[in-house]
Design a binder for this molecule. Structure first.
Ligand SMILES: Cc1cc2nc3c(=O)[nH]c(=O)nc-3n(C[C@H](O)[C@H](O)[C@H](O)COP(=O)(O)OP(=O)(O)OC[C@H]3O[C@@H](n4cnc5c(N)ncnc54)[C@H](O)[C@@H]3O)c2cc1C
Ligand code: FES
Length: 279
């Protein structure tokens, strides 16, 4: 894990309070795996503001045009509060503190290609962030990724062109019907899985808690493994403060918790106590 100051290359407004932040961070880009995250200090000077660092997944690695070598990181940031607002208002050339990569990330291994035929990648809104690098990794193992991406309206379905350029099958849903199918992202997913019962499909999900719970239930019904990338408020990100814990199922009804920053953020959905959302 690196604790470095890095330079902002650009901040692109994607609409609907979403921004694509590009960092000149070649060292970090060489280390990152799909689903891992960085803790960013949302102000330039450490002493400027008492805000804690905030966790953000990496959307994409930028590469040098000629050599293809990693040059930086692209992060999708949704402006939801004090820290994210400060972050997306920063300017190219400004410096930010960047700690990571952290967390377990998604595991796509070479032996999976013999057991897994297809992968359903399910995103709600900004939950799309960890799925682009995952899609690329799956394709490298000859596992076909299929995207299910839902949002409130068309403008929430940001960065979908990245997935389309990979040649993936895509299914879009919006609650207002302004793009794709009207309704919840779990509806086309349920139809897709129903038509392909007994196929070797792996499910991956990131988004609001209720959406991931519904994806977990659909996966259980189809006896499919589902990995979810969880969000929790983080204090230290180093395993010490226990601010990020998620309750897990215990056969004896005991209280058991795992730390999203250390044991996660990616978990097998069968581990999670879906009745207890992290605070
Ligand atoms: C592992 C991980 C990866 C993440 N990746 C991304 C990403 O790629 N892009 C992105 O936009 N966001 C991501 N998030 C969420 C992001 O960290 C929060 O939105 C951010 O910390 C909010 O900071 P703030 O100061 O703007 O919000 P605050 O002013 O502190 O709070 C504003 C609102 O955001 C909620 N909130 C605050 N922190 C979190 C949190 N950690 N998770 C969920 N809700 C939170 C609060 O409950 C409140 O409703 C990720 C979170 C985790 C744990
Ligand atoms: S954020 Fe402190 S233990 Fe996870």
């Amino acid at each position: 894990m690196l604790d470095r100051k890095v330079k902002i290359k650009s901040v692109r407004d994607l609409g609907s309070n979403n921004y694509l932040l590009t960092l000149n961070a070649a060292e970090q880009a060489r280390l990152i795996r799909p689903g891992q995250f960085f803790m960013l200090k949302c102000v330039e000077e450490v002493d400027e503001n008492p805000l804690l660092r905030r966790p953000f997944t990496v959307f994409n690695i930028c590469r040098h045009a000629r050599s293809g070598r990693p040059a930086g990181l692209e992060l999708l940031i949704k402006d939801v509060g004090t820290g994210t607002r400060k972050l997306v208002r920063m300017k190219p050339g400004q410096i930010i503190h960047c700690l990571g990569p952290q967390g377990n990330g998604f595991k796509v291994s070479a032996e999976m290609k013999n057991r897994v035929e297809m992968a359903c990648l399910v995103a709600g809104g900004v939950g799309i962030a960890p799925l682009y690098m995952l899609a690329q990794d799956l394709m490298r193992q000859n596992i076909k990724p299929v995207l299910f991406y839902g949002g409130a309206g068309a403008s929430d379905l940001v960065l979908r062109e990245y997935f389309e350029k990979l040649g993936m099958d895509t299914n879009y849903t919006t609650m207002d019907g302004s793009f794709g199918e009207r309704g919840l992202v779990t509806e086309p997913l349920a139809r897709f899985l129903h038509k392909r019962a007994h196929r070797n499909i792996r499910v991956y999900a990131c988004g609001p808690w209720g959406m991931m719970q519904a994806v977990h239930k659909l996966s259980e019904r189809g006896k499919l493994q589902c990995d979810v990338s969880l969000e929790a408020r983080m204090g230290c990100s180093l395993g010490a403060c226990l601010g990020c814990v998620v309750r897990i199922k215990d056969p004896h009804g005991e209280d058991r918790y795992l730390r999203v920053c250390q044991e996660g953020p990616v978990f097998d959905s069968r581990l999670i106590d879906w009745e207890t959302e992290p605070v």
